[in-house]
Design a protein around this ligand. Structure first.
Ligand code: PMV
Length: 308
C-alpha cells in the first residue's frame, strides 16, 4: 500500500487580484487534509472509493474529464505502465469541498504522490505542482495556480502568477479562526464575475488590484517581522476591496462583523468568496470565544489554525 497526504490552505491576502498578476499570500492549514491510499487489488480494474463525495466507481465508468479520472489516466500515460494495474484507491478528506480551502488541489496532490510512487514513477515537487495545475484547470477554468503551489509545497507562499515559487517565513506564529458559511461557491463563478467588472472598466479595477498589491506587500513584511497585531487592519482593508469586487456576500459580511465584534484583530473572506470561508486573526486566548460566536452567527464549521 502507498499512502500520501496533503494539507488544506487559506489565502491570507490577495485573492482575485492574483489572477491579474498581483501577489497573494497563502499558507497551508495542516488541521485539515486529503489522504490517499493506493493498493494492489485482487479484482480487475481500478476501483476508486471516495466516500466524502459519494464516489464508488471503476475508473472506466467515469467521464474522462472527471478530475480524479484525469489524474489517474494521465499518470498511467506518463509512467508508461503496461498493462494497466489492478488497483484499489481510497480517497478521504477532512477539507470542506468548494469552500476556498483547496480541497481539489489537496486531493490531486495526495493522489498524484501516492499513485506515482506506487507506479515507481518519480516526480519532483515542481512536477507535481505543474501536473496539479493542469488538473486545477478542470475545476476552475483559469486558476492563478496559488492553490496547487501552496498545497504541493506545504509552506507559506508569496505567490505571483507565472513567477518561480517564493516561500516566506512566519517570524511569530499566529492564530486564525476559519469559519465556513456552509454555502458552496464555485471559484469559477466569482472569478468570472470579477472578469466582467474588469472588462467593463479596466482602469478602475487595475487601481483596485494595485491597492490589494500594496496590502500584500505590507502583509508579507509584517509577517516576516512578527508584527502580527498590524495584520488585522490589513485584513479589514483587503475585505473592503473584496466587497467592492462583489465577491463577498451577506453571510460572509455577517461572519466578518461577528468576528470583529467578538474581539478578532481583523477579518476577511478567504478564497473565491460569495460563500465558502472567512478568516479571523485572533489572540490565542480569544480563539475559542471567537469560534463559538461565529457558530452562533451561523457558521457551519470552524477551524482554529496555528499558522507557523
Ligand atoms: O477559492 P479558492 O481558495 O480556490 O481560491 C481562489 C483564489 C482566486 O484568486 C479567487 C482565484 C485564483 O485562481 O487564484
Amino acid at each position: 500500500m502507498t499512502q500520501s497526504s496533503a494539507p488544506g490552505k487559506i489565502i491570507l491576502f490577495g485573492e482575485h487580484a492574483v489572477v491579474y498578476g498581483r501577489p497573494a499570500l497563502a499558507v497551508p492549514v495542516v488541521q485539515v487534509h486529503a489522504d490517499v491510499d493506493v493498493s494492489d487489488a485482487a479484482r480487475a480494474g481500478v476501483w476508486i472509493d471516495a466516500p466524502g463525495v459519494d464516489l464508488h466507481a471503476e475508473l472506466n465508468t467515469l467521464p474522462s474529464d472527471h478530475p480524479i479520472a484525469s489524474v489517474i489516466n494521465n499518470l498511467f500515460f506518463l509512467s508508461h505502465v503496461s498493462p494497466f494495474p489492478n488497483l484499489g484507491i481510497e480517497i478521504t478528506s477532512t477539507i470542506p469541498v468548494a469552500s476556498g480551502l483547496g480541497s481539489g488541489a489537496a486531493v490531486t496532490v495526495a493522489l498524484t504522490r501516492a499513485l506515482s510512487s506506487h507506479l515507481n514513477y518519480a516526480m519532483t515537487d515542481e512536477e507535481i505542482n505543474a501536473f496539479t495545475y493542469e488538473i486545477e484547470k478542470l475545476h476552475h477554468g483559469t486558476p492563478s495556480g496559488i492553490d496547487n503551489t501552496v498545497v504541493t509545497h506545504a509552506r507559506p507562499v508569496y505567490f505571483v502568477k507565472g513567477q518561480p515559487i517564493e516561500t516566506f517565513k512566519v517570524a511569530e506564529p499566529f492564530t486564525m479562526v476559519i469559519a465556513d458559511t456552509g454555502i458552496p461557491a464555485p471559484t469559477k463563478e466569482s472569478v468570472g464575475a470579477v472578469r466582467k467588472l474588469w472588462e467593463a472598466d479596466k482602469v478602475q479595477w487595475e487601481k483596485v488590484f494595485d491597492e490589494v498589491e500594496e496590502i500584500s506587500f505590507a502583509a508579507r513584511r509584517v509577517i516576516e517581522e512578527g508584527w502580527i497585531k498590524m495584520l488585522g487592519a490589513l485584513m479589514d482593508e483587503n475585505h473592503t476591496l473584496l466587497q467592492q469586487m462583489t465577491v463577498s456576500s451577506p453571510e460572509l459580511d455577517h461572519l466578518v462583523e461577528a468576528a470583529r465584534n467578538a474581539g478578532a484583530l481583523g477579518a476577511k473572506l478567504s478564497g473565491g468568496g460569495r460563500g465558502g470561508n472567512m478568516i479571523a486573526l485572533v489572540e490565542p486566548e480569544t480563539a475559542e470565544r471567537v469560534s463559538v460566536v461565529l457558530k452562533d452567527a451561523g457558521a457551519q464549521n470552524t477551524i482554529i489554525a496555528q499558522i507557523s
